[in-house]
Design a protein around this ligand. Structure first.
Ligand code: SF4
Length: 297
């Protein structure tokens, strides 16, 4: 039981307090299970790894750090964690909040100060969206910092809802089937980026952050417009989920159940050259169901 839950149960807790502690434990167990499964399924962390946890001050990255610390206590393997925050010098950024928090929980950390805010403001004309340049700059800096700190893994706080929104954004605005990978190697081959929250729902992380009372730093300090397209996808997913929660679960499952022989990408399946008598491709084929109906009648 966490110190937080223990505290709640001390001194003859009321029924309400007992219920709250019970609900919190359930939530924490679910998040730990989700993260443990994602790490296991994608072989994200191995013994001896030094994991740089990117901490923005938002609810998701706090949750990521917290759950990884819990998992490390229980894991049969040994790995290091170092929290890193990039202070982009946005106006009003409360620079003491993260160091104070990290000292309290006794986690090694590094704050990288880089004024990307001024660069973005200088380069991008007023009124245009600044996020793509800002995140490119941030990525470059975080890769460099990971190298300097000797971290071989970079953990980001993207969750299941981010992954689904990205899938829909790519489908509807990019014309391609592409999500957000739980694990990827950077283009220069030097870094492994992992997303241990890949199986976690955003609403769980939001509740967890509330219960744990993380000192959240607002995410609108840069003054950038909200990403309206992403918001649109989030609303769409919420409507679908309301209509039928299985749709969301199955949409997510579909990302790991791809059948190239039943799509139309000629780079993934040799449609031009297949002929009777060919050996069955090792993967990507799903038998002859050409005359079967996919609809229930
Ligand atoms: S919201 Fe602001 S800080 Fe975040 S990526 Fe966009 S410009 Fe950068």
């Amino acid at each position: 039981m966490t110190p937080f839950a223990e505290q709640t149960l001390q001194f003859f807790p009321t029924r309400e307090e007992q219920k709250e502690a019970f609900e919190f434990n359930k939530l924490q167990k679910r998040l730990v299970k989700n993260v443990g499964e994602a790490i296991g399924d994608f072989n994200m962390i191995q013994s001896g790894d030094k994991v740089m946890v990117c901490l923005s001050g938002g609810k998701d990255s706090y949750g990521l750090l917290d759950i990884l610390l819990l998992l490390r206590q229980r894991a049969p393997i040994d790995f290091e964690i170092i929290a890193v925050n990039l202070d982009q010098k946005q106006p009003g950024f409360p620079e003491e909040v993260l160091p104070n928090y990290l000292r309290t929980i006794n986690v090694p950390f590094h704050i990288e100060e880089q004024d990307t805010y001024s660069i973005v403001k200088r380069v991008i004309p007023e009124g245009k969206t600044t996020c793509s340049l800002c995140s490119r700059l941030r990525r470059g800096i975080l890769y460099r910092v990971a190298k300097e700190l000797g971290c071989n893994k970079i953990a980001l706080g993207h969750h299941k809802d981010d992954i689904l929104q990205t899938l829909l954004l790519n489908l509807f605005y990019g014309g391609r089937i592409k999500g957000m990978p739980p694990k990827l190697v950077s283009d220069n081959g030097e870094h492994t980026v992992i997303r241990p929250l890949a199986y976690c729902r955003e609403r769980d992380l939001a509740r967890y952050a509330e219960e744990r009372q993380f000192p959240i730093i607002p995410c609108n300090l840069c003054g950038s417009q909200e990403n309206l397209k992403r918001k649109e996808m989030a609303q769409l997913l919420a409507q679908w989920e309301k209509h039928n929660p299985r749709w969301i679960a199955n949409l997510f499952t579909s990302l790991s159940t791809v059948v190239p022989s039943h799509l139309m990408d000629r780079k993934l399946f040799p449609f031009e050259t297949i002929k009777p008598g060919d050996p069955k491709p090792q993967f990507g084929a799903e038998g002859d169901i050409a005359f079967d109906s996919d609809d229930a009648c």
